[in-house]
Design a protein around this ligand. Structure first.
Ligand SMILES: N[C@@H](CCC(=O)N[C@@H](CS)C(=O)NCC(=O)O)C(=O)O
Length: 219
């Protein structure tokens, strides 16, 4: 039985979306980021990334973490790949080559997409187009995304999905890392295949169900 630690408004989104796609039973422990707790009462009450009980699970003090039949994993993209491989049926790899491709897309998402996409999200939250410094920061980060997005756009001209011409955990990992840049639609408009693929991913009932639960969580 899987135990997944982490609230919906976090990188736990990746395995939570996947678990919804699979429809398997799991125990959800909604650990919240310690920095999001503002008053002392909440800090005492909510299980958070600084709670001793959670640090005993993940000494790094970050979510998500996952236990599955004695196996502990503490990286969101590795958790998603593991769940897909062991429990995901067609959402996981059919053979060793697909496994390698899924690992490739996870590493691409973590190294080429997530850092600049997250910079865009943070700059938008800090002022976006209204301040010269955040406007400049968004421009710089968007430039960093262009070469990786060229690579993804080219792939999606020939395929609807990233691996095996079906929706898999590779799409979840990559779409969730790129989601951070969605507040900059001018950038994504330059990549029509990527935009259409992202829309296909996010139209899935399991994404919509995950998103409704995320929206229901306090900001
Ligand atoms: N590389 C890790 C990053 C995890 C991470 O940064 N998690 C954030 C929430 S999205 C967190 O736990 N922040 C709390 C903290 O760092 O104190 C992963 O993808 O699993």
């Amino acid at each position: 039985m899987i135990t997944l630690y982490g609230v919906y408004r976090s990188r736990a989104s990746r395995p939570l979306w996947l678990l919804g796609e699979i429809g398997c039973d799991f125990t959800h422990v909604p650990v919240i980021q310690a920095y999001r707790l503002t008053d002392a009462k909440a800090e005492g009450a909510a299980l958070n990334t600084s709670s001793p009980e959670f640090l005993a699970v993940n000494p790094q003090g970050q979510i998500p973490a996952m236990e599955d039949d004695g196996l502990l994993l503490t990286e969101s993209l590795a958790i998603t790949l593991h769940i897909a491989r062991r429990h995901g049926g067609s959402l996981g790899p059919a053979d060793g080559s697909e496994q390698s491709l899924m690992e490739q897309w996870a590493l691409y998402a973590a190294t080429a997409l997530e850092p600049p996409a997250l910079e865009i999200l943070l700059a938008i939250e800090a002022g976006g187009d209204t301040l010269p410094e955040t406007r400049a920061a968004i421009r710089v980060s968007a430039e960093k995304l262009r070469r990786p997005l060229n690579r993804l756009e080219r792939h999606l001209r020939a395929h609807d999905w990233l691996v095996g011409d079906r929706f898999t955990a590779a799409d979840i990992n990559t779409a969730e890392c790129l989601r951070y840049a969605q507040g900059h639609p001018e950038l994504l408009r330059d990549y029509p295949q990527v935009s259409a693929w992202l829309a296909r991913c996010q139209a899935r009932p399991a994404f919509q169900a995950f998103w409704a639960k995320r929206e229901a969580e306090p900001v």
